[in-house]
Design a protein around this ligand. Structure first.
Ligand SMILES: Cc1cc2nc3c(=O)[nH]c(=O)nc-3n(C[C@H](O)[C@H](O)[C@H](O)COP(=O)(O)OP(=O)(O)OC[C@H]3O[C@@H](n4cnc5c(N)ncnc54)[C@H](O)[C@@H]3O)c2cc1C
Ligand code: HEM
Length: 399
């Protein structure tokens, strides 16, 4: 527990550090990667190049410092981040490295203004915050379905929309699996979770890790996920292009075990008076499709409202599978929107949703911002609205 003196100093200096946020994070990453180039195999190179998400880590430390005497209020946010850390295989021994360079960057940017008392207080605060993460992650490591990154073989690769490819992978059966004997039939997959791939794309000097949501929870054929080719504004997405163009059936891929706490509310799956509302756009359909499958297999009687938006018919992903599942459900309302035809998933749909409802949303950042803000304005309680951004949650701007 931090001393009263530490709390006082930390709280007084948070606003100053927030003001210098970008300078501190830039110095932090530069110094850390100079001394520990091996960490470039863990951090997202594109995020670093674009300066994107760079502030997430340091800004979260500052935000946490504001709540130092009752860090438990941050548990939901810390849990989500810890799932990502576990998926990326961040270990306790990484924390002192980050701590040393974060405090070093504070010293470097504030100069003489950062006296010994300030540095001592921030060191104590960081250690306390890091310990919360390390303890939570310890629990997640104990539960992980397999250890670290294990080798899987691609057994199927099929296009499910104009720019989306679905993969089915199975554990390799020899010592290429680091000695782990993963039994597919014994894995219990949860809809909403994601696996993490570790790849070595030709176009990069580093390994590259990315998360992909499971699009099914059944493991009869293997573990299933789907990837959109992510090229925006003439730029090239490193891993999605590698998975589309380079990785072929019969080849292997390293995967860490499913992670994430985006999941159906178990208490409501058999509650037929509270409908399940599934809203997605583009490749955001992946975790939502797994949720639809889980619901229909467990209780097809529960009313389901399905809303899916994409560019046009060619980009409509998993249409056949979704229709099969919806046909197996008793009460269904289905809404499809094609942007190219001027159909927008707008406030009309949201305004007509029943209340209470159990709502799950996944899509691009702007799509999520608009839908979540709309649902909030319509006074759907935050407990009833669940969402998974395909990027850092803290960068979502919810009105
Ligand atoms: C929890 C979670 C679940 C996810 N699930 C899925 C899923 O099921 N399916 C899926 O397809 N994705 C999913 N994602 C997203 C996925 O992890 C990757 O972020 C995505 O595939 C892009 O990775 P990439 O390496 O191809 O692109 P990156 O190299 O990381 O680039 C990202 C974007 O930046 C653009 N870019 C690159 N360089 C520049 C530049 N110099 N200037 C401007 N822009 C640039 C690229 O074109 C690309 O659009 C998920 C993400 C999370 C966090
Ligand atoms: C108390 C210390 C830490 C805090 C507060 C923190 C916070 C965060 C946050 C907020 C994110 C973004 C999560 C999201 O996508 O929603 C993140 C991602 C990440 N963190 Fe941490 N983190 C800490 C320690 C570490 C350590 C010790 C490492 C490893 C050296 C690490 C490596 C990563 C990586 C690789 C990502 C993914 C982002 C990317 O690749 O650019 N973090 N962290």
């Amino acid at each position: 527990m931090a001393t009263a003196q530490t709390l006082k100093i930390v709280k007084a200096t948070v606003p100053v550090l927030e003001e210098y946020g970008t300078k501190i994070t830039t110095a932090f990453y530069q110094n850390m990667f100079n001394e520990h180039p091996e960490l470039l195999d863990i951090f997202n190179e594109t995020n670093q190049k674009l300066g994107r998400q760079q502030t997430a880590l340091a800004m979260t430390v500052l935000a946490a410092a504001k709540h130092l005497e009752h860090l438990e209020v941050l548990l939901p946010q810390v849990t989500e981040i810890s799932h990502k850390h576990r998926a990326l295989q961040i270990l306790p021994e990484h924390y002192p490295i980050v701590g040393q360079h974060l405090i070093g960057a504070i010293k470097q940017v504030l100069g003489e203004a950062a006296n010994d008392d300030i540095i001592a207080a921030w060191t104590e605060a960081y250690d306390e915050i890091a310990d919360v993460f390390i303890q939570l992650e310890k629990g997640l490591y104990e539960e992980e379905m397999w250890k670290g990154f294990a080798n899987f073989e691609v057994v199927e690769k099929i296009a499910v929309a104009a720019d989306i490819v679905a993969f089915t992978v199975v554990p390799t059966k020899d010592n290429r699996n680091d000695g782990q004997d993963i039994d597919l039939s014994k894995l219990t997959l949860t809809a909403g979770q994601y696996i993490t791939v570790k790849t070595d794309p030709q176009h990069s000097n580093h390994l590259a890790l990315r998360h992909y949501s499971l699009n099914a929870t059944t493991t009869d054929n293997g573990i299933q996920f789907a990837v959109k080719r992510d090229n925006r504004d003439g730029h090239y997405g490193l891993v999605s292009n590698y998975l589309h163009d380079e990785l072929q059936v019969g080849e292997t891929l390293l995967l860490s075990a499913p992670a994430g706490d985006f999941a159906l509310d178990k208490a409501l799956i058999h509650q037929n008076d509270i409908p399940l509302v599934l809203i997605s756009a583009g490749v955001g359909i992946t975790p939502i499709l797994a949720m639809l499958e889980t619901q229909v297999m467990a209780n097809p009687q529960r009313p389901i409202i399905w809303a899916y938006a994409c560019q046009n018919r060619d980009h409509h992903a998993f249409e056949v599978r979704v229709n099969q599942l919806l046909e197996a459900a008793t009460t269904v309302e289905k809404n499809i929107f094609y942007f190219d035809s001027g159909q927008l998933l707008d406030n009309n749909l949201l305004a007509n949703l029943p209340k209470p409802a159990d709502i799950y949303v996944c899509g691009s950042m702007p799509f999520m911002e608009s839908i979540i803000s709309g649902l909030t304005a319509l006074e759907h309680s935050s407990d009833s609205v669940h969402y998974e951004p395909f990027g850092p949650k803290m960068s979502l701007q919810i009105a």
